[in-house]
Design a protein. Structure first.
Length: 664
């Protein structure tokens, strides 16, 4: 069998210095342990069942059984929460147990009093209860202040009464609630003695623990299929409350409390409400990079195998597809951008974890606003790149990329949903320009490291354009920094002008948020590279090439059309950017890409694609796993053969009927 250069797909993770740098030592070892456990457990086999052919109900049943087995493994093997979450991600289609640690338990730990945590955290960690987080409503997503669900304090019975007063107040899209969850953290408007105190969190039992039946007054429906058949393992729910009573002790009380006599103790810092979604976004800051790297790896394996046409008539063989600029210039910038998302995202997540640990000890909120701003920007930026990047990979693989067994459909369906988490990115992303405007006007931008670039606007006389005469100038980090900051400053000034003029900025805000993300991720990547430069590891050259490919791709092919107009370059300078980007793309394609993909070392289990098998080429896999195994091949549709035969004779009966009528 032909084995071109890109067909090195390992059965299990292979350790090496470059690999440990990309994955991080702890994450790599957790991943290795998980894959070993999966390979020995038939329930996680991806070859026994063709998931795209399953009915949704059957796919969810399969996912729930995998969730049960993962719980068993966690309890018997003493897996950490991080290892458990990574195991869930490796199953691909998400699982109903996913919110248990991603948002349910994290809220119990951060938002409950010590007395409450002593009761509820062990229950969640032992899976005595299955949790979800109920914030989004049918009529309210990003506008959290508009939520309508109420929690009214009944002083006589020392209980909160939770109600859904309108159809639009129905909790909607609530993950793992349609069938699975027994308890939900419900975001509701607190009402005491007729006075409203805004949104608070309430731990609410929604199903009986002994039977899984709904609790009195709780009404739940499973939402049905999602777009592109995505998230097959998640039972999103619609949930209404009709006079559902919970004890006062189940209002999460670390920051705000209601006393027995109805006295309301307000939180010391209103910013605590940021915490729930910051936690999810901090996870997404890194995970979206892995969501993009897998399709890039599949596309690499396929395009280094596939040959098509000849660049010149004198060529003896057809050209390998990845050797065309039309493929390289789509895939290699995505590889660089995905690497930036992962490496910088890892640092964001580590820093937020350290902040959370400190907060739980000291109650110090001082860094929360900066993390809120960092993660909002990262959420918009990373999901935008990852979602559209997966589709770019599919298209680069031509017609075969459209087959379900290529894996791109599954990857896209499970990545593109993140673009609308909390709401459309165009809506969520407005928080970044809003913060920029606020801190600029207050003169407090220095308090948030994320907005450090605004200092360039305070005294423009100190900013001078660097010399840019050739493509080599664009490989100087100071030139890249200048270009990204200058573009960003121009967009900020435009935003200020539009705001002062009363113009609707809801569209242009997205460009500013993406430019903000470009700079934040570039700066994070450049800091990592500077550290490596001092150590001089063997893999410094490919990482440096990826850094430059990232920087030049976001300048040459911006994520938003209006970004191109915000960078004041001459036509000759624009030409040098284009040539610089082309040269680093070619460098990676000819010198580094094989080593980079090998260092990431995605296994067959992780990629789960007929285009990337270690023991078959794509043609063999597509034919054997797709065509031969299709449930509609062979005699699979024989029950319909008589209908088809009858249909072919239909014309004769119709003609005979017409002739009979004519004789009459």
């Amino acid at each position: 069998m032909e084995t071109p250069r890109g067909r090195k797909i390992p059965k299990e993770p292979i350790e090496g210095p470059f690999t440990l740098f990309l994955w991080g030592d702890e994450k790599f070892r957790r991943r290795k342990s998980i894959l070993k456990a999966f390979s020995a457990n038939p329930i996680f086999s991806k070859s026994s069942v063709v998931t795209p052919s399953l009915a949704r109900k059957d796919a969810w049943t399969q996912a729930s059984l995998k969730a049960r087995e993962l719980i068993r493994l966690k309890l018997t093997e003493n897996w950490s929460h991080a290892q458990f979450m990574e195991a869930i991600r490796l199953t691909d289609n998400m699982l109903p147990v996913q919110p248990q640690f991603r948002i349910f338990l994290s809220n119990l730990e951060r938002q409950m009093s010590d007395e409450q945590k002593a009761i509820w955290v062990p229950k969640a960690e032992r899976f005595e209860i299955f949790g979800s987080y109920a914030q989004t409503e049918l009529g309210h997503g990003s506008n959290v202040r508009g939520l309508e669900t109420t929690a009214t304090f009944d002083k006589e019975k020392d209980e909160f009464v939770i109600n859904s007063p309108t159809l639009s107040s129905t909790k909607y899209w609530i993950g793992t609630t349609g069938v699975w969850a027994t308890h939900s953290i419900v975001v509701a408007r607190l009402i005491v003695d007729g006075k409203e105190y805004g949104n608070h969190l309430f731990l609410t039992q929604i199903r009986e623990l002994d039977t899984q039946r709904l609790m009195p007054g709780v009404e739940i429906y499973e939402l049905g299929p999602k777009a592109f058949q995505g998230m097959l393992g998640t039972d999103n729910g619609a949930m209404q409350f009709h006079d559902v009573r919970i004890p006062r002790s189940q209002m999460l009380a670390r920051n705000a409390q209601v006393l027995r006599d109805g006295t309301y103790i307000k939180p010391k810092n209103e910013k605590h409400s940021y915490g729930s979604m910051v936690t999810v976004r901090a996870i997404m800051a890194e995970s979206t990079g892995w969501d993009l790297l897998k399709p890039v790896a599949v596309a690499y394996h396929y395009t280094t195998f596939r040959k098509q046409f000849r660049k010149t008539n004198s060529q003896p063989e057809e050209t390998t597809v990845i050797d065309y600029a039309s493929v390289r210039h789509r895939l290699i910038p995505l590889l660089a951008q995905a690497t930036a998302l992962v490496l910088v995202g890892q640092n964001i997540k580590r820093a937020y974890d350290a902040y959370t640990a400190n907060f739980l000890k000291t109650g110090d909120f001082s860094q929360l606003e900066d993390f809120h701003l960092q993660t909002v920007g990262a959420k918009v930026y990373s999901t935008e790149i990852a979602g559209h990047g997966v589709e770019t990979c599919r298209i680069a693989c031509g017609g075969h990329g459209y087959h379900a067994l290529s894996g791109f459909g599954r990857m896209y369906a499970n990545a593109i949903n993140a673009v609308t988490y909390e709401g459309d990115n165009y809506v969520v992303g407005q928080q970044v320009p809003r913060a920029i405007l606020k801190h600029w006007r207050d003169g407090t931008e220095a308090s948030l490291p994320t907005l450090s670039y605004l200092s360039k606007m305070r005294d423009r006389s100190k900013v001078s354009a660097p010399r840019i005469e050739s493509e080599q100038d664009w490989f100087r980090p100071e030139v890249q920094r200048w270009a990204l900051e200058e573009r960003l400053v121009n967009l900020v000034q435009q935003h200020f002008e539009d705001t002062d003029a009363g113009r609707d900025t809801s569209y242009s805000c997205h460009a500013l948020t993406m430019a903000h993300g470009d700079f934040v991720y570039w700066r994070g990547f450049e800091e990592l590279l500077s550290d490596l430069d001092g150590e001089k590891p063997a893999f410094l050259e490919p990482v440096k090439a990826l850094f430059h490919a990232f920087a030049l791709s976001i300048l040459q092919d911006p994520h938003h059309a209006s970004l191109a107009n915000a960078l004041p370059l001459t036509q000759a300078q624009h030409r040098t950017v284009r040539l610089a980007k082309a040269s680093v793309v070619d460098e990676i394609a000819t010198k580094h890409i094989d080593g980079i993909i090998e260092a990431y070392g995605f296994t067959e289990f992780e990629l789960d694609s007929a285009l990337a098998r270690p023991d078959k080429n794509p043609y063999e896999a597509l034919f054997e796993e797709g065509a031969v195994r299709s449930e509609m091949s062979g005699n699979g549709m024989s029950h319909l053969w008589p209908m088809m035969v009858d249909t072919r004779n239909m014309w004769r009966r119709i003609e005979e009927e017409k002739a009979g009528k004519a004789k009459l």
